[in-house]
Design a protein around this ligand. Structure first.
Ligand code: GAR
Length: 209
């Protein structure tokens, strides 16, 4: 299976959705590390209880590129092939993005290219939009930029607040991210990976007479 590291800053419900989906036998990825810039992030405890290696270090007082180099070191040591950002609320350094470009996805709570950045739900409500929603995209140097792989529109109901809309969008996020990541790793995994799989399968075959 493709080795995925998840970066979180908070609750980690999207990380949990990725993790639970990965328990299906036919899921093409596995979560091999959950890392955070917030050592107390509740998501780290959840991942740890599930037997997933975790790493947490506060970025406070560190230069962005120095901190990101430490994250990168952890990812490499764990054998990461793909990175899934799941509520990782730090802007990444250019070096880090370049290092993982084409192998790093993010989930964002809006119908990109609308409402990059923060307060996405309130901005959609204030604009009188009929739909909010969520997007999964490939990470490129611009914040919340990069090719969109999949989106789920979520209708804005009369009387919706940012909180009530956020809840439904998060529900949609949990359903969108796992299959989008799965399809992505299937498409992107390297010839080396495929060769390894063929070897594994060949080893598992019964000996010919
Ligand atoms: C999610 O709604 C995610 O889309 C958002 O943070 C939340 C994290 O929740 N991410 C961003 O706003 C990134 N720009 P979670 O920790 O429960 O997965």
């Amino acid at each position: 299976k493709a080795k995925v590291a998840v970066l979180i800053s908070g609750t980690g419900t999207n990380m949990a959705a990725l993790l639970y989906a990965a328990k299906a036998a036919d899921c093409p990825y596995e979560i091999i590390l959950v890392a955070s810039n917030a050592p107390d992030a509740p998501g780290l405890k959840l991942a740890s209880a599930e037997g997933i290696p975790t790493w947490g270090l506060s970025h406070k007082g560190m230069k962005r590129d120095v901190f990101d180099a430490l994250v990168d070191e952890q990812l490499r040591a764990a054998g990461t092939e793909f990175v899934a950002l799941a509520g990782y609320m730090r802007i990444l350094s250019d070096d880090f993005v370049a290092r993982w470009q084409g192998r790093m996805l993010n989930i964002h709570p809006s119908l990109l290219p609308l409402y990059k950045g923060l307060d996405t739900h309130q901005r959609a409500i204030d604009a009188g939009d009929a739909f909010g929603g969520c997007s999964v995209h490939i990470v490129t140097p611009g914040v919340d930029d990069g090719p969109v792989l999949a989106q789920t529109p979520v209708a804005i109901a009369p009387g919706d607040t940012a909180e009530s809309l956020a809840k439904r969008v998060q529900f949609a996020e949990h359903q969108l991210y796992p299959p989008t990541l799965a399809a992505f790793v299937m498409r992107e995994r390297s010839p080396d990976y495929l060769l390894g799989r063929v070897r594994d399968l060949a080893m598992a075959l019964p000996e010919a007479d």
